[in-house]
Design a protein around this ligand. Structure first.
Ligand SMILES: Nc1ncnc2c1ncn2[C@@H]1O[C@H](COP(=O)(O)OP(=O)(O)O)[C@@H](O)[C@H]1O
Ligand SMILES: [Mg+2]
Length: 240
């Protein structure tokens, strides 16, 4: 079996938001192994979401290197970065970012529509995007009739599970979740994290899970504290 590249490998990374007076992030080195489950904590404003934007290639660092699945994001054009992200990184955003007028099912399928590689991986597993969306929805306790409703008509907890299915479909090598449980009560937080961990394990995906809630850390292979990792002074006093 070939050795898999690290899910994330960054080195000498420095990032400053446009018009900010100080760097937001300065991280010497960070590696997340393939399949590793990492809990990233840090107070509000410490740069957690910014780091995820860099991991996703949404923004590019001014210095240093950022590799995802062995690919250096700085070497890719903006369009190639968008395609790479669609193929290899599943995002669960803080506010889910579902398209409200699309059904839950179509929100999940969108991830495949934008990614030839996700479609290919679904096909290689002997399935179809529609069947895989249904499997993940069932796995996440989303009844089929709910999936036909526009996302705007789903409860917060249901939207969150749709967002998780969208991130997971087509088995990206890395799933990134930005405080996805902040709107849930403790029982549902637990259930959601269990599902995310199980589905990532089944897919062999690494999971980078961001939260300021330290109690959730016990479920992960490793805990990273961004305040300790980040040498920049500008986090928490940026442009907004
Ligand atoms: N789009 C943006 N433009 C300018 N500054 C930003 C932007 N997003 C975040 N920042 C700044 O970067 C710093 C870190 O923010 P963020 O990464 O959102 O922290 P966290 O997710 O840990 O709460 C803050 O000072 C914030 O004001
Ligand atoms: Mg944040």
């Amino acid at each position: 079996m070939s050795v898999q590249p690290a899910a994330v490998r960054l080195s000498g990374l420095r990032y400053r938001w446009p018009r900010a007076r100080e760097d937001c992030l300065a991280v010497d080195a960070l590696t997340i192994a393939a399949g590793e489950r990492v809990f990233l904590r840090g107070p509000s404003g410490s740069g957690k979401t910014t780091l995820l934007s860099l991991v996703g290639g949404v923004v590019l660092a001014q210095a240093g290197t950022m590799e995802v699945a062995g690919r250096s994001l700085g070497a890719l054009s903006a369009g190639a970065r968008d395609r790479f992200r669609a193929d290899h990184v599943g995002f669960v955003f803080q506010l889910f970012n579902l398209l409200p007028w699309l059904s839950g099912r179509d929100n999940i399928l969108l991830a495949c529509r934008f990614s030839p590689q996700r479609r290919a991986r679904v096909a290689a597993a002997g399935s179809t995007p529609a069947a895989e969306a249904a499997r993940l929805a069932a796995r996440l306790d989303l009844p089929a009739d709910l999936l036909d409703r526009p996302a705007a008509q789903l409860s917060v907890g249901q939207q969150q599970r749709v967002a998780a299915a969208r991130a997971l479909i087509g088995r990206p090598g890395l799933v990134v979740a930005d405080e996805p449980t902040s709107a849930l009560d403790a029982d549902r937080q637990q259930a959601f994290i269990d599902l995310l961990l199980e589905e990532c394990a089944a897919a062999g995906a690494a999971l980078l899970f961001v939260s300021h809630d330290q109690r959730l850390a016990v479920h992960f292979d490793r805990v990273l504290d961004l305040a300790a990792l980040n040498r920049a002074g500008g986090a928490g006093e940026g442009a907004r």
